[in-house]
Design a protein around this ligand. Structure first.
Ligand SMILES: [Fe+2]
Ligand SMILES: [Fe+2]
Length: 278
């Protein structure tokens, strides 16, 4: 409880401010902006498809109708994002170069966690005919809530950064409202399962979800490398003094990480080379 309180009152506002700054840079560069919107589009399409499969296997009509509304929202977001991407001069599908990015790879892996043993709703299970058991429903809801919370953090920051682009602004205003509603209803559903005595299952799913997502995070060197690659791909030029300083810092730290990795590899190489040389 204390951790959550500290996060909400101190860390979250800082995180939101930093994110808004990052998004200001993003919206200043059309190519970069399009790429970020393509990531949202991918997430919404994935959400729409999996929520549809999930709803089909629910016995509880009340929850089912909430999930149906949820996937209709995601479908609408995907359609609007696709249209806006085209209007901004992009193509909704990822290009072969974009698909090579580690950033995308790790995002795809994050979404695919749902189908792995760690979170436990395989594609086969979602395509089967048997209704879902409560622990399975809980695992799905916990996973969906984590994804929606991520969206509820990113979209408002993105919205705050949009200044003159009124069309994207109107679209994001609608998306933000929907994402907040998704987080609320998912939290309420989990809360009602907790009251029914499923506290242990919920805790277990939350721990698994947090751990698996954490494991998928790119290490600092790789993350800044992929970040710089994206910026290069989008012919990015920093806007403002702080962005230029950040870029210098990133490039310098990446060089440092690379140098350390090379030195470690060299030492390891030397250590393994010795016995074979004797
Ligand atoms: Fe969405
Ligand atoms: Fe959503």
């Amino acid at each position: 409880v204390l951790k959550v309180h500290i996060y909400r009152s101190f860390l979250r506002p800082i995180q939101e401010k930093l994110l808004t700054r990052v998004f200001r840079q993003v919206v200043h560069n059309n190519e970069l902006h399009i790429l970020v919107m393509k990531l949202y589009l991918y997430g919404d399409s994935f959400g729409n498809a999996t929520l549809q499969k999930f709803a089909r296997l629910l016995q509880d009509d009340e929850l089912k109708s909430k999930v149906e509304r949820h996937y209709a929202d995601e479908e609408k977001h995907a359609a609007c994002l696709s249209q806006r991407i085209v209007e901004l001069g992009g193509t909704p599908a990822f290009t072969p170069d974009e698909l090579k990015l580690k950033l995308l790879e790790s995002y795809f892996a994050q979404l695919n966690l749902l189908h792995t043993n760690e979170l436990g709703l395989s594609e086969e299970r979602l395509h089967s005919q048997a209704f879902l058991e409560v622990p399975e429903i809980i695992r799905f809801l916990v996973f969906a809530k984590a994804e929606e919370e991520q969206g509820a953090l990113f979209f408002p920051a993105h919205l705050r950064a949009l200044e003159k682009d009124t069309r994207t602004k109107a679209l994001f205003e609608e998306i933000v409202q929907d994402e907040l509603r998704h987080v609320t209803y998912l939290s309420e559903e989990l809360e009602s399962y907790r009251r029914l005595g499923y506290q242990r299952e919920i805790n277990e799913a939350m721990v698994r979800c947090r751990r698996s997502r954490h494991r998928l995070r790119l290490p600092f060197g790789e993350a800044s490398n992929t970040f710089l690659t994206v910026l290069d791909m989008c012919h990015y030029r920093p806007v403002g003094k702080s962005a230029a300083v950040l870029m210098l810092f990133l490039r310098a730290s990446l060089r440092a990480v690379k140098a350390v990795t090379r030195a470690t590899n060299y030492k390891e190489g030397a250590a393994t080379a010795r016995p074979s040389g004797q």
